[in-house]
Ligand binder design. Sequence first.
Ligand SMILES: Cc1cc2nc3c(=O)[nH]c(=O)nc-3n(C[C@H](O)[C@H](O)[C@H](O)COP(=O)(O)O)c2cc1C
Length: 225
Amino acid sequence: MYIACTCKPAQGQNIHLIYNYFIDNTMKHILHITSSPRGKQSHSITLANRIIELLSVRYPGSTLHINDTVEKNYIHLNAIHPVAYLTPESEHSQEHKDTLYSSDNAVNELMQADILVISVPLYNFNIPSALKAWIDHIVRAGKTFSYEGGKPEGLLKNKKVYLAIASNGVYSDGPMKSFDFGEPYLRFIFGFLGLHDITTYRIEGAGMPGIMETALQKGLESVAV
Ligand SMILES: Cc1cc2nc3c(=O)[nH]c(=O)nc-3n(C[C@H](O)[C@H](O)[C@H](O)COP(=O)(O)O)c2cc1C
């Protein structure tokens, strides 16, 4: 089936794209994790929205939940967090429950999702601290991974992950390739949680003359789900 789409990014002209793919009637729960404060100007969110748009066509009736980690402002873990994480639920004090509230919600959202779409602005060659803070709240022994018998095992299964990475430089290839610490880290940490089916799309080179002029269109055109 062919589908024609017109994309209206915040900057630049409309972008016309044509896709050819199958419709799958399995409805999916999509969780979009954002970590850019730039809203409609954000390349990582624009790219993720393209992925979600195509997923919604491929899987009609799918639901979308958005978790904006910048707005959510997950706090840095403090001394009580690891204690609360490791205390059995039946023994939780009110302080433990209050401490775990955001983390439990984030973990529940994650567990309910079939597909994760993660918007990632590259900051200082790595992921933004807002996204890292979310990760610190969802990596939970006994919930998202286990160390049974001293062997780590991811407890999240059968979820597809899409990374939508935006950067001013080019990291998919060339001299800067080994300086993107964000994608390898995300692949590792999601793999640690049991999620190995990960696809990366990029809008990159948006700060480089000669590349920046077509970076947005090229990134959006690369998406195929
Ligand atoms: C604090 C900060 C650090 C950045 N560090 C890098 C970097 O290390 N490499 C790079 O290519 N671009 C870097 N950039 C540019 C962003 O990756 C680029 O603007 C990207 O489009 C941001 O994603 P967004 O559009 O979704 O907000 C940085 C931008 C900011 C604000």
